[in-house]
Design a protein around this ligand. Structure first.
Ligand code: BGC
Length: 762
């Protein structure tokens, strides 16, 4: 139905029908308007599978949902750095939605991983907004190609679970733009999600659900969002304020209470009916996008999607350590699989994203299917409590000793990490660390496979030879891990986040969770690697890191222009060759380092990535196009993106720490930033203006003749070198104009004012 027809439909609705349309009929459906033959649609979680509840509903994954397929969670799929893969997963889930009559899938979740402690990091993609946006964009395109909507969430600055319903994220304008908004911006502009889900929290004191700056000014006016905003479940505070701010659909609804408030507000003039009409148009537009494209032939093929879940995990698992090429392991070797997660993998997180998986394949089951002779298993630790059961541990140590290789499946149990609360520390359970240490003491060939939604500290890292990061890998993770361990799959995932050595190293450490309901994002734009790189801090594993069973060589980096102005684009290309003996995939990463300037900036930022597959000896050329945004920062004086004129370095890297090639380019800004001069403008700042420089230099001779400044200069020459030229220069540059009245005899206020006027009037 076209927008004009929808407007017509809305004009035939009563005030009560319109107010009613703005909230859910129940937990998962919008309302019908029988009189006008308007049907309801169903929304369901998301993001990494379908959690459709037919009977008892809830938003915490407590009650049963239909049997479905659990794909790897966002923490793992983001590690694929593979847009195509994300689109394929999106298509599969979109098809499942069509088969199940679900009109909107509640995802993707793109909140930035500000701290490793956020309980919901497992659902989120990255600490980097570009990776988060690109991953989300690819996923949205996949789901929506099936004419099912997505709901990109949780908008905005919802980066912790602690007091998420009431806390206020206090974030400065530039940090919001460069980090937290940017994760949504890219995906909204290019993926065009049908809906955006506003978060529970406040942003700088105003609830996200009633914040016109984000819901209307930025989302709709700046980014061109043409869908509808849905509240997170129960995120509405003041319904009428929310409506005016651009919050369209309240979910799950308020039993009619808020609908009545809307009616009252229109009647008493507090709310313009026009606003309500526009809201209804947006809700109906999304409703009909789905209703008119219901696909009766869609099928939910559980086994086919299980196979895709396995492939997704295989393409995303990150190989973090491979000393002496312990991996892949030979099928002839006697291997002890140790740890409860080998039999019962932790493959998804708790809360609203919890999928009722129709089956789960464990590593033990998968390895048994290979018919290998020499595999043993010991549980090693328990997951109910963080307490060592001595007997379990001893048996595991013995099994490890009797094997040629020990593979320990470790990770975070469910109660260590979940929606609803944050982690208390960054450690694995003590009982698991103890087990790993003891096994390493007797078995030099130890490999650890991790199941976790967010980084963990690794006190044993120097003792293990292999480390495989499987994150929360979905229901087919066991097969995927076995295929990686035995080399059927060559791992190609890269970390979409930094693994710090200790929690205390994380830039948000001192401020995470805040005080009461006030959470100040004091680390500003220095989130994740933006901080670690700027500080040259030691990390456990850097952003972008991951190994392969083959090697790649980089050569022939080309930049098509050496200097551009900020309205132009630049092309960067590089050749990548597989120099090893097996087929593999490489994630080619492009970073930009800004020129040194007055602006406080991260020393390096990711501005592009491409994943390519290469046969042994094969070479491919990868090309990137960079534009203004690749070099810009958010300038709060002009409230816009701004490029400082100067030199920038473009790096090609294997990770943010392993930059292999680089080239520089000079950028010229086309933005004139107006400067206002006054008595407190420094001489240094005036000298930066060519006119100011000319005026000052012309007047310099007489100005300084016989002045205190002159005396100071002479003193400097006389002194024992304690006062040097640099110091004089710095003193002059830092001097505000008004001080000339004190230091230059005969200087009058009118003279300075003339100078100021001349500069201001240009
Ligand atoms: C979560 C959302 C989810 C919704 C519905 C909320 O508690 O924050 O991500 O989509 O519940 O289950």
């Amino acid at each position: 139905m076209g927008i004009e027809q929808i407007k017509e439909l809305v004009s035939n609705m009563t005030l009560e029908e319109k107010a009613g349309l703005c909230s859910g009929e129940n937990f998962w459906n919008t309302k019908e308007v029988e009189r006008l033959n308007i049907q309801k649609i169903m929304l369901s979680d998301g993001p990494h599978g379908l959690r459709k509840q037919d009977a008892q509903a809830d938003h915490l994954g407590v009650n049963e949902s239909i049997k479905a397929v659990c794909f790897p969670a966002g923490c793992l799929t983001a590690a694929s750095f593979d847009r195509e893969l994300l689109t394929t997963i999106g298509e599969a889930i979109g098809e499942e939605c069509q088969a199940e009559g679900v009109g909107v899938l509640l995802g993707p979740a793109v909140n930035i991983k500000r701290s490793p402690l956020c309980g919901r990091n497992f659902e989120y993609y990255s600490e980097d907004p570009y990776v988060a946006a690109e991953t989300a964009n690819a996923f949205i395109k996949g789901v929506q190609s099936k004419k099912v909507g997505t709901s990109i969430k949780h908008f905005l600055a919802n980066n912790q679970e602690h007091r998420r319903m009431t806390s206020s994220s206090e974030v400065d304008e530039r940090t919001l733009r460069e980090i937290y908004l940017a994760a949504f911006e890219g995906a909204v502009k290019s993926g065009k999600p049908w809906t955006v889900m506003c978060s529970y929290n406040k942003i700088n004191g105003t609830y996200a659900s009633e914040n016109p700056v984000y819901l209307t000014d930025i989302l709709r006016k700046e980014w061109g969002f043409d869908g509808c905003v849905v509240s997170d479940w129960g995120a509405v505070n003041n319904r009428v304020l929310g409506l005016s701010a651009g919050m369209d659909l309240e979910m799950p609804g308020s039993g009619g209470i808020n609908d009545a408030l809307i009616v009252e507000a229109v009647k008493n003039g507090e709310l313009e009916e026009k606003v309500l009409n526009e809201t209804c148009v947006r809700i109906l537009d999304v409703t009909y996008r789905y209703l008119e494209n219901k696909d009766k032939s869609a099928v939910f093929d559980l086994e086919k999607d299980h196979a895709l879940a396995r492939k997704a995990a295989e393409e995303s698992i990150v190989l973090l350590k491979n000393e002496e090429n312990i991996l892949p392991v030979s099928k002839e070797k006697k291997i002890a699989f140790i740890g409860e997660f080998a039999k019962k993998p932790r493959y998804q997180g708790g809360g609203s994203s919890h999928i009722n998986s129709f089956k789960v394949t464990s590593a033990m089951e998968s390895v048994s299917n290979l018919g290998l002779e020499y595999i043993t298993y010991e549980q090693g630790y328990q997951t109910q409590k963080d307490e060592t059961i001595e007997e379990l541990k001893q048996k595991a140590v013995r099994a490890a000793k009797n094997a040629e290789v020990a593979v320990i499946f470790a990770g975070l149990p469910d109660n260590f990490e979940s929606e609803g609360y944050d982690r208390k520390h960054m450690r694995l359970p003590d009982c698991q660390n103890e087990l790993i240490e003891e096994i390493c003491d007797i078995q030099p060939n130890t490999i650890v496979v991790l199941h976790n939604g967010s980084p963990v500290e690794m006190p044993w890292i120097h003792k293990v030879k292999g480390l495989v990061e499987a994150y929360l890998g979905g229901q087919a993770i066991g097969e995927a891990v076995v295929n990686v361990l035995y080399g059927k799959v060559n791992p190609s995932g890269r970390l979409p986040e930094t693994f710090p050595v200790r929690l205390e190293d994380n830039p948000s450490y001192l401020f995470f969770q805040g005080e009461g309901d006030v959470v100040e994002y004091r680390e500003g734009v220095f989130v994740g690697y933006r901080y670690y790189e700027s500080k040259k801090a030691e990390v456990q594993f850097p952003f972008g890191y991951g190994l392969s069973y083959t090697q790649f060589a980089y050569s022939n980096m080309k930049v098509d222009k050496n200097s551009i102005n900020d309205t132009e684009t630049i092309k960067v290309s590089v050749d990548v060759t597989n120099t090893g003996t097996v087929t593999g995939k490489e994630v080619v990463q492009l970073y930009v380092s800004p020129a040194l300037g007055n602006i406080l900036r991260p020393v390096i930022e990711l501005r592009g990535f491409e994943k390519i597959q290469l046969e042994p000896n094969e070479t491919k050329t990868v090309t990137f196009t960079l534009d203004k945004r690749s070099f810009a920062y958010w300038n709060t004086a002009i409230h816009d993106w701004h490029v400082l004129s100067g030199k920038y370095t473009i790096h090609i890297g294997k990770s943010v720490r392993e930059l292999v090639l680089s080239s520089s380019v000079t950028l010229e800004s086309t933005t004139v930033i107006p400067v206002r001069y006054d008595l407190n403008t420094t001489l240094g700042d005036i000298m930066k203006n060519p006119r100011g420089k000319a005026i000052l230099e012309a007047g310099q001779a007489q100005m300084f003749a016989g002045t205190q400044a002159k005396e100071m200069e002479e003193t400097a020459q006389d002194s024992s070198g304690a006062i040097n030229d640099e110091m004089m220069q710095a003193t002059m540059e830092a001097m505000p104009l008004r001080q000339m009245l004190s230091f230059i005899p005969g200087m009058r206020r009118e003279m300075l004012q003339q100078l100021i006027d001349a500069l201001n009037n240009n």
